[in-house]
Ligand binder design. Sequence first.
Ligand code: COA
Length: 257
Amino acid sequence: MLVARTEFKELATMSMFVRIREDINSVLERDPAARSRLEVLLCYPGLWAVWIHRVSNKLWRARLRLLARLLSQVGRFFTGVDIHPGALIGRRLFIDHATGVVIGETAIVGSDVTMYQGVTLGGTGKGHGKRHPTLCDGVFVGNNANLLGNITIGENSRVGAGSVVLADVPPNSTVVGVPAHIVYRNGERVLITDPHDVKDPLSDALIALSGRVEELEKQLGGAAKAAEPFSTEEAERTAYHEELERLRQYVSMGEGI
Ligand SMILES: CC(C)(COP(=O)(O)OP(=O)(O)OC[C@H]1O[C@@H](n2cnc3c(N)ncnc32)[C@H](O)[C@@H]1OP(=O)(O)O)[C@@H](O)C(=O)NCCC(=O)NCCS
Protein backbone atom coordinates (compact mmCIF):
# COMPACT_ATOMS: atom_id res chain seq x y z
CA MET A 1 0.00 0.00 0.00
CA LEU A 2 1.26 3.41 -0.96
CA VAL A 3 0.69 5.51 2.11
CA ALA A 4 4.09 5.58 3.81
CA ARG A 5 5.69 9.02 3.72
CA THR A 6 9.01 7.53 2.46
CA GLU A 7 7.20 6.17 -0.60
CA PHE A 8 5.73 9.59 -1.25
CA LYS A 9 9.29 10.96 -1.17
CA GLU A 10 10.26 8.42 -3.86
CA LEU A 11 7.34 9.67 -5.93
CA ALA A 12 8.71 13.19 -5.73
CA THR A 13 11.87 12.05 -7.54
CA MET A 14 9.94 10.42 -10.43
CA SER A 15 10.01 12.47 -13.59
CA MET A 16 6.97 14.72 -13.95
CA PHE A 17 6.42 13.53 -17.52
CA VAL A 18 6.58 9.84 -16.58
CA ARG A 19 3.85 10.45 -14.00
CA ILE A 20 1.70 12.45 -16.42
CA ARG A 21 2.01 9.67 -19.00
CA GLU A 22 0.99 6.96 -16.52
CA ASP A 23 -1.94 9.13 -15.33
CA ILE A 24 -3.20 9.48 -18.91
CA ASN A 25 -2.75 5.76 -19.61
CA SER A 26 -4.66 4.87 -16.44
CA VAL A 27 -7.62 7.02 -17.56
CA LEU A 28 -7.61 5.28 -20.95
CA GLU A 29 -7.72 1.93 -19.11
CA ARG A 30 -10.48 2.94 -16.68
CA ASP A 31 -12.83 5.15 -18.69
CA PRO A 32 -14.50 3.55 -21.72
CA ALA A 33 -15.48 7.06 -22.90
CA ALA A 34 -11.82 8.12 -23.31
CA ARG A 35 -10.67 7.73 -26.92
CA SER A 36 -7.17 9.20 -27.21
CA ARG A 37 -4.29 10.54 -25.11
CA LEU A 38 -4.87 14.03 -26.50
CA GLU A 39 -8.54 13.91 -25.49
CA VAL A 40 -7.59 12.82 -21.96
CA LEU A 41 -4.98 15.57 -21.70
CA LEU A 42 -7.40 18.28 -22.81
CA CYS A 43 -10.78 17.19 -21.43
CA TYR A 44 -10.24 15.64 -17.97
CA PRO A 45 -10.26 18.35 -15.23
CA GLY A 46 -9.92 15.59 -12.61
CA LEU A 47 -6.38 14.99 -13.93
CA TRP A 48 -5.55 18.71 -14.02
CA ALA A 49 -6.62 18.88 -10.35
CA VAL A 50 -4.21 16.06 -9.43
CA TRP A 51 -1.37 17.71 -11.34
CA ILE A 52 -1.99 21.07 -9.67
CA HIS A 53 -2.08 19.29 -6.30
CA ARG A 54 1.37 17.81 -6.92
CA VAL A 55 2.81 21.33 -7.21
CA SER A 56 0.82 22.73 -4.27
CA ASN A 57 1.86 19.74 -2.12
CA LYS A 58 5.53 20.47 -2.93
CA LEU A 59 5.02 24.10 -1.86
CA TRP A 60 3.25 22.91 1.31
CA ARG A 61 6.13 20.62 2.23
CA ALA A 62 8.57 23.48 1.51
CA ARG A 63 6.58 25.40 4.17
CA LEU A 64 5.29 27.93 1.62
CA ARG A 65 1.86 27.31 3.11
CA LEU A 66 -0.01 30.40 1.88
CA LEU A 67 1.31 30.02 -1.67
CA ALA A 68 0.31 26.33 -1.58
CA ARG A 69 -3.23 27.19 -0.46
CA LEU A 70 -3.52 29.92 -3.07
CA LEU A 71 -2.49 27.53 -5.83
CA SER A 72 -4.96 24.89 -4.63
CA GLN A 73 -7.72 27.54 -4.76
CA VAL A 74 -6.75 28.39 -8.35
CA GLY A 75 -7.03 24.64 -9.07
CA ARG A 76 -10.45 24.53 -7.43
CA PHE A 77 -11.62 27.51 -9.55
CA PHE A 78 -10.69 25.79 -12.81
CA THR A 79 -11.53 22.16 -11.97
CA GLY A 80 -14.16 22.21 -9.20
CA VAL A 81 -11.90 19.89 -7.17
CA ASP A 82 -10.76 21.15 -3.76
CA ILE A 83 -7.68 19.19 -2.63
CA HIS A 84 -5.94 20.56 0.44
CA PRO A 85 -2.21 20.89 -0.34
CA GLY A 86 -1.36 18.84 2.77
CA ALA A 87 -3.21 15.73 1.52
CA LEU A 88 -1.03 12.77 0.50
CA ILE A 89 -1.99 11.33 -2.87
CA GLY A 90 -0.47 8.24 -4.47
CA ARG A 91 -0.09 7.30 -8.13
CA ARG A 92 -2.76 7.33 -10.84
CA LEU A 93 -5.63 8.91 -8.91
CA PHE A 94 -8.53 9.30 -11.37
CA ILE A 95 -11.28 11.78 -10.43
CA ASP A 96 -13.94 11.33 -13.12
CA HIS A 97 -16.14 14.37 -13.89
CA ALA A 98 -14.23 16.26 -11.20
CA THR A 99 -16.80 18.80 -9.97
CA GLY A 100 -17.55 18.99 -6.26
CA VAL A 101 -14.78 16.70 -4.97
CA VAL A 102 -13.25 17.71 -1.61
CA ILE A 103 -10.13 16.07 -0.15
CA GLY A 104 -9.14 17.22 3.34
CA GLU A 105 -5.75 18.12 4.76
CA THR A 106 -4.91 14.84 6.51
CA ALA A 107 -6.47 12.53 3.91
CA ILE A 108 -4.24 9.80 2.46
CA VAL A 109 -5.06 8.31 -0.93
CA GLY A 110 -3.18 5.22 -2.15
CA SER A 111 -2.46 4.23 -5.75
CA ASP A 112 -4.98 3.44 -8.50
CA VAL A 113 -7.88 5.02 -6.66
CA THR A 114 -10.93 6.06 -8.70
CA MET A 115 -13.54 8.54 -7.54
CA TYR A 116 -16.47 10.33 -9.14
CA GLN A 117 -17.91 13.81 -8.85
CA GLY A 118 -19.16 15.06 -5.49
CA VAL A 119 -17.00 12.79 -3.30
CA THR A 120 -15.93 14.22 0.07
CA LEU A 121 -13.01 12.88 2.10
CA GLY A 122 -13.78 15.06 5.08
CA GLY A 123 -13.50 15.41 8.81
CA THR A 124 -16.38 14.95 11.22
CA GLY A 125 -15.78 18.43 12.61
CA LYS A 126 -14.90 16.94 15.98
CA GLY A 127 -11.26 15.84 15.79
CA HIS A 128 -7.81 17.38 15.51
CA GLY A 129 -4.66 15.78 14.11
CA LYS A 130 -5.34 12.98 11.60
CA ARG A 131 -9.03 13.58 11.00
CA HIS A 132 -9.64 12.63 7.37
CA PRO A 133 -9.96 9.19 5.71
CA THR A 134 -7.22 6.91 4.39
CA LEU A 135 -8.00 5.14 1.10
CA CYS A 136 -5.84 2.10 0.37
CA ASP A 137 -4.76 1.07 -3.14
CA GLY A 138 -7.41 0.29 -5.73
CA VAL A 139 -10.34 1.82 -3.84
CA PHE A 140 -13.37 2.92 -5.90
CA VAL A 141 -15.69 5.67 -4.59
CA GLY A 142 -19.03 6.32 -6.35
CA ASN A 143 -20.42 9.78 -6.97
CA ASN A 144 -21.50 11.97 -4.04
CA ALA A 145 -20.23 9.54 -1.41
CA ASN A 146 -19.15 11.10 1.88
CA LEU A 147 -16.31 9.45 3.78
CA LEU A 148 -15.93 11.17 7.12
CA GLY A 149 -13.37 11.00 9.93
CA ASN A 150 -10.10 9.17 10.46
CA ILE A 151 -11.31 5.91 8.90
CA THR A 152 -9.57 3.43 6.59
CA ILE A 153 -11.06 2.00 3.41
CA GLY A 154 -9.27 -1.31 2.75
CA GLU A 155 -7.58 -2.26 -0.51
CA ASN A 156 -9.80 -2.74 -3.57
CA SER A 157 -12.97 -1.89 -1.68
CA ARG A 158 -15.87 -0.07 -3.32
CA VAL A 159 -18.08 2.64 -1.87
CA GLY A 160 -21.52 3.01 -3.45
CA ALA A 161 -22.80 6.25 -4.94
CA GLY A 162 -24.40 8.48 -2.29
CA SER A 163 -23.11 6.47 0.68
CA VAL A 164 -22.05 8.01 3.97
CA VAL A 165 -19.13 6.04 5.41
CA LEU A 166 -18.34 6.64 9.08
CA ALA A 167 -16.39 3.48 9.99
CA ASP A 168 -13.48 1.43 8.64
CA VAL A 169 -14.19 -0.78 5.63
CA PRO A 170 -12.28 -4.08 5.32
CA PRO A 171 -10.34 -4.86 2.10
CA ASN A 172 -12.16 -6.28 -0.96
CA SER A 173 -15.59 -5.18 0.24
CA THR A 174 -18.47 -3.16 -1.16
CA VAL A 175 -20.38 -0.79 1.11
CA VAL A 176 -23.57 1.14 0.33
CA GLY A 177 -26.17 3.26 2.12
CA VAL A 178 -26.52 5.88 4.83
CA PRO A 179 -24.81 5.00 7.07
CA ALA A 180 -22.87 2.61 4.83
CA HIS A 181 -23.03 -1.16 5.43
CA ILE A 182 -21.30 -4.08 3.70
CA VAL A 183 -23.10 -5.79 0.81
CA TYR A 184 -20.16 -7.76 -0.63
CA ARG A 185 -17.01 -9.15 1.01
CA ASN A 186 -14.36 -11.07 -0.99
CA GLY A 187 -16.86 -11.53 -3.83
CA GLU A 188 -19.52 -13.05 -1.55
CA ARG A 189 -22.89 -11.34 -1.01
CA VAL A 190 -23.30 -10.25 2.62
CA LEU A 191 -26.93 -10.08 3.66
CA ILE A 192 -27.46 -7.97 6.77
CA THR A 193 -29.93 -9.81 8.94
CA ASP A 194 -28.90 -8.32 12.27
CA PRO A 195 -30.23 -4.75 12.71
CA HIS A 196 -27.29 -4.09 15.11
CA ASP A 197 -25.09 -4.00 11.95
CA VAL A 198 -26.96 -0.96 10.58
CA LYS A 199 -26.80 1.94 12.98
CA ASP A 200 -29.80 4.11 12.18
CA PRO A 201 -33.05 4.99 14.02
CA LEU A 202 -35.06 2.45 11.98
CA SER A 203 -32.80 -0.41 13.02
CA ASP A 204 -33.10 0.71 16.66
CA ALA A 205 -36.88 0.32 16.27
CA LEU A 206 -36.36 -3.13 14.69
CA ILE A 207 -34.07 -4.22 17.52
CA ALA A 208 -36.71 -3.20 20.10
CA LEU A 209 -39.43 -4.98 18.08
CA SER A 210 -37.50 -8.23 17.67
CA GLY A 211 -36.76 -8.24 21.44
CA ARG A 212 -40.50 -7.92 22.10
CA VAL A 213 -41.33 -10.73 19.63
CA GLU A 214 -38.74 -12.99 21.30
CA GLU A 215 -40.30 -12.29 24.69
CA LEU A 216 -43.79 -13.08 23.39
CA GLU A 217 -42.54 -16.33 21.82
CA LYS A 218 -41.08 -17.34 25.19
CA GLN A 219 -44.40 -16.60 26.87
CA LEU A 220 -46.22 -18.75 24.31
CA GLY A 221 -43.80 -21.61 24.98
CA GLY A 222 -43.58 -24.24 22.22
CA ALA A 223 -46.83 -23.10 20.60
CA ALA A 224 -45.12 -20.50 18.37
CA LYS A 225 -42.89 -22.15 15.80
CA ALA A 226 -39.89 -19.90 15.14
CA ALA A 227 -39.34 -19.54 11.40
CA GLU A 228 -35.85 -18.94 10.01
CA PRO A 229 -35.50 -15.11 10.22
CA PHE A 230 -35.53 -13.31 6.85
CA SER A 231 -35.93 -16.59 4.91
CA THR A 232 -38.95 -15.22 2.98
CA GLU A 233 -37.12 -11.98 2.12
CA GLU A 234 -34.04 -13.91 1.00
CA ALA A 235 -36.17 -16.23 -1.19
CA GLU A 236 -37.95 -13.22 -2.76
CA ARG A 237 -34.64 -11.46 -3.41
CA THR A 238 -33.15 -14.58 -5.07
CA ALA A 239 -36.26 -15.03 -7.26
CA TYR A 240 -36.12 -11.35 -8.28
CA HIS A 241 -32.43 -11.52 -9.26
CA GLU A 242 -33.01 -14.78 -11.20
CA GLU A 243 -35.85 -13.12 -13.10
CA LEU A 244 -33.62 -10.08 -13.88
CA GLU A 245 -30.84 -12.39 -15.13
CA ARG A 246 -33.32 -14.29 -17.36
CA LEU A 247 -34.52 -10.95 -18.80
CA ARG A 248 -30.94 -9.77 -19.40
CA GLN A 249 -30.09 -12.98 -21.30
CA TYR A 250 -33.34 -12.76 -23.30
CA VAL A 251 -32.60 -9.17 -24.36
CA SER A 252 -28.96 -9.92 -25.19
CA MET A 253 -30.15 -12.72 -27.53
CA GLY A 254 -31.81 -10.01 -29.59
CA GLU A 255 -35.28 -11.38 -28.98
CA GLY A 256 -36.37 -8.83 -26.44
CA ILE A 257 -37.89 -5.45 -26.86
C1 COA B 1 -21.70 0.14 -5.05
C2 COA B 1 -21.63 -0.38 -6.46
C3 COA B 1 -20.17 -0.30 -6.94
C4 COA B 1 -22.09 -1.85 -6.32
O1 COA B 1 -22.18 -2.46 -7.55
P1 COA B 1 -22.44 -4.06 -7.66
O2 COA B 1 -21.29 -4.81 -7.09
O3 COA B 1 -22.82 -4.35 -9.05
O4 COA B 1 -23.62 -4.28 -6.62
P2 COA B 1 -25.13 -4.72 -6.88
O5 COA B 1 -25.72 -3.93 -8.00
O6 COA B 1 -25.16 -6.21 -6.94
O7 COA B 1 -25.83 -4.23 -5.54
C5 COA B 1 -25.81 -4.96 -4.35
C6 COA B 1 -26.88 -4.41 -3.44
O8 COA B 1 -26.53 -3.08 -3.04
C7 COA B 1 -27.55 -2.15 -3.45
N1 COA B 1 -26.86 -0.96 -3.94
C8 COA B 1 -25.96 -0.87 -4.95
N2 COA B 1 -25.50 0.37 -5.07
C9 COA B 1 -26.12 1.10 -4.12
C10 COA B 1 -26.04 2.48 -3.73
N3 COA B 1 -25.22 3.32 -4.36
N4 COA B 1 -26.80 2.89 -2.68
C11 COA B 1 -27.62 2.04 -2.03
N5 COA B 1 -27.75 0.71 -2.35
C12 COA B 1 -27.00 0.27 -3.38
C13 COA B 1 -28.32 -2.86 -4.56
O9 COA B 1 -29.63 -2.40 -4.65
C14 COA B 1 -28.24 -4.29 -4.11
O10 COA B 1 -29.18 -4.53 -3.08
P3 COA B 1 -30.23 -5.78 -3.14
O11 COA B 1 -29.40 -7.00 -3.48
O12 COA B 1 -30.80 -5.77 -1.78
O13 COA B 1 -31.18 -5.44 -4.24
C15 COA B 1 -22.52 0.41 -7.46
O14 COA B 1 -23.86 0.16 -7.21
C16 COA B 1 -22.28 1.93 -7.37
O15 COA B 1 -22.86 2.63 -6.54
N6 COA B 1 -21.42 2.41 -8.27
C17 COA B 1 -21.11 3.83 -8.38
C18 COA B 1 -21.23 4.26 -9.80
C19 COA B 1 -21.10 5.74 -9.97
O16 COA B 1 -20.77 6.48 -9.07
N7 COA B 1 -21.34 6.20 -11.16
C20 COA B 1 -21.24 7.60 -11.50
C21 COA B 1 -21.14 7.73 -12.98
S1 COA B 1 -21.18 9.40 -13.45
